[in-house]
Design a protein around this ligand. Structure first.
Ligand SMILES: [Zn+2]
Ligand SMILES: [Zn+2]
Length: 405
């Protein structure tokens, strides 16, 4: 057990961990707090990637740096096995000002690990240390420390930099902590698990003029208003009723004063879907509806569509495998039943477009007190729950040992 005084007193039911990993708890808590105190935003993870690379090299990993600028890959080959496994953690923090007074709170103004990527990195390092010390597997292990998950698509950049050419994998796995789920419980979702996240800017161009002589102009405000209303029918009339789709017009900008009909109006949209086909359908219909509605009013619409994060689709076989690893270790009681897909997005989706694998959830806790883990991610009071470091690290050890045989 851990004797540190900055951990809250033990709860009746500690989240599960392997004994050998439990022995690394103190070291993992130190690493987690060090990363937490020194948060770095996407593609700026210099000190974090230095720390990761230094530890991996110390433990005997072949270390590759520079994929996705600050990305680190640690490779360990044991035996003659031909199987190749990738496990990924993200390293970036968020531009959020931390508001809690914990001793390990962020030392950097306006930046904090508000999504728990400090914990994800630490758990993978804990597993790395144990796997290198015991070498109880046969094959090639690639540990992927990815930059810039938050909005900047670090996963895509690593892949564009040749990740899968340099480090071919038979399967890839990653996890995210989840406040609101019991600490240390593991959750698996087969198939589409997290939504795509796209954005669009619709620029409606009319013909400006005097507000008292509308017949002399083409009013882009009226055309854009019709577009906003028509867009609402895409989810209700085009997307199959059993599919999830979200079309939100978050911004509508036009005009300057009472009596001037402006030249242009601009709409900004966020668009989410849980199936790649629905994602494509939304893009097609949003473009068609905007252009056709503008034409009705004699205006024109230009749609700048930005496909950002794809739908995260968990491979059925890989997810079954990942779930079995959990059940073999912690039994039914340690696994969340029937988790529903999430409408949030995650750039591990890019890895899963190229390679089969699965993205799982780790309960961060439900209570709102210090060390209880229930505060939602991206909140200024959030903190990764140190109690589940051992659970995540142990799970990665079990997964690697089960996959690389
Ligand atoms: Zn986040
Ligand atoms: Zn996150």
């Amino acid at each position: 057990m851990n004797a540190r005084t900055d951990l809250p007193p033990a709860l009746a039911a500690e989240p599960p961990a392997l004994d050998a990993i439990r022995a690394l708890d103190g070291e993992m808590v130190d690493i987690r707090h060090q990363i937490h105190q020194n948060p770095e935003l996407g593609f700026e993870e210099v000190a974090t990637s230095d720390l990761v690379a230094e530890r991996l090299a110390r433990w005997g990993y072949e270390v590759h740096r520079g994929l996705g600028r600050t990305g680190v890959v640690g490779t360990l080959k044991v035996g003659n096995g031909t199987k190749r496994l990738g496990i990924r953690a993200d390293m970036d923090a968020l531009p959020v000002q931390e508001t809690n007074g914990r001793p390990w709170a962020s030392k950097v103004l306006g930046k904090m690990h508000a999504c728990g990527h400090d914990g994800h990195t630490t758990m993978l390092l804990g597993a790395a240390r144990h796997l290198a010390a015991t070498r109880n597997f046969d094959g090639t292990l690639h540990l992927i420390f990815q930059p810039a998950e938050e909005g900047l698509g670090g996963a895509r950049v690593m892949i564009e930099d040749g990740f899968f050419d340099k480090f071919p994998c038979d399967a890839v796995f990653a996890l995210h902590n989840m406040p609101g789920l019991e600490a240390g419980k593991l959750g698996f979702i087969t198939g589409p698990a997290m939504a795509s996240s796209d954005s669009a800017v619709i620029t409606v161009t009319g013909n400006g003029g005097h507000g008292a002589m509308p017949q002399m102009s083409v009013d882009p405000v009226v055309a854009a208003s019709a577009i906003v209303m028509s867009l609402q029918t895409i989810v209700s009339r085009n997307v199959p009723p059993l599919d999830t789709a979200i079309v939100t017009v978050g911004a509508f900008h036009a005009g300057t004063t009472f009596n001037v009909i402006p030249e242009k109006a601009e709409l900004k949209l966020t668009i989410r879907a849980l199936r790649p086909q629905v994602r494509d359908q939304l893009q097609q219909r949003i473009t068609e509806v905007a252009q056709a509605q503008a034409a009705v009013y004699g205006a024109s619409a230009e749609v700048a569509y930005d496909r950002r994060y794809p739908v995260l689709v968990n491979d059925a076989e890989a997810t079954d495998f990942a779930r079995r690893v959990a059940l073999d270790w912690v039994g039914e009681a340690g696994v969340m039943p029937n988790l529903a897909p999430l409408t949030g997005s995650e750039d591990f989706a890019f890895f899963l477009e190229k390679c089969k694998g699965s993205y799982l959830l780790l309960g961060n806790g439900t209570g709102q007190g210090i060390g209880e883990g229930g505060c939602m991610v991206h909140n200024p009071n959030y903190d990764f729950n140190d109690r589940v470091l051992g659970t995540g690290a142990s799970y990665w050890v079990r997964l690697a040992e089960a996959f690389l045989v």
